[in-house]
Design a protein around this ligand. Sequence first.
Ligand SMILES: [Zn+2]
Length: 263
Amino acid sequence: MVLQKRQLVKNWKVNKEMKYQECISVSLVSSLTISCKATFSASVDEIFLPLTNESDGEKDQMFIRRRLYTMEYDKIMEDLICMGCKLCGIPMSTEGRNVFGQSSVSLYCQKSSSRVHTLCLIYRKFMLYVWDESECIPLVVTNKSAEILFGNITAEQVYRCYRDDKVQSSNRRNSDDGTSTQTKASAGEEASDGTPLAQEENQQLNNIKQGERTDFYKIWVILLKMLLRHESNSPLKFTVNINSELSQENGRFELIGMTMPCI
Ligand SMILES: [Zn+2]
């Protein structure tokens, strides 16, 4: 009997240990030509949300920082959060707003051993522009790394608090309309029309401090504003995976970690 040597066929992938580079500037990260892991310090410049429906009105909406300061932040959550796979971060949206040239949803999950997507609300993939004196580069941020960026607050938590807020406001309005009509309506108009943004934010913080409930939506909005405040922030320490086969615009640098340096 002749034993035939057969090569075993593996049905799993072996994770290769990636080289690790500690870079002292953004331009050094940018000049790396091999696929590896890198850490560096940089400041946040802008969040860019690529949308495929590029009507004139939507081009400006891609830049999240600009929208924060034009009082349109109530719509930001609806654009940043969608239904998708929490493992691979692919959106399951049917609104034609898939990012990075994805025209259709992949049937199989690249990050699951069963190849089945795990659906829930996720942060849509976006670009985080970071910079130092030497250069500015875009980092691709998927659902898991977005959670790290937003203080471990998940997209589900943000959306549920936002939705509960809307339902409560709607219930309050209906109840006011039902009891006494004109007096209550005019009092409500005075309160909302005359409230400046700063007072509104303070009120939000007070409500959170008083422990009424943890409002993840409002905490998330505050975190987003703080992250995109240029003048007063110290540089953050980022860890990225570099895929040397991709261009910067197509995801060469993928964010996998972020820490705040100790002062
Ligand atoms: Zn998946």
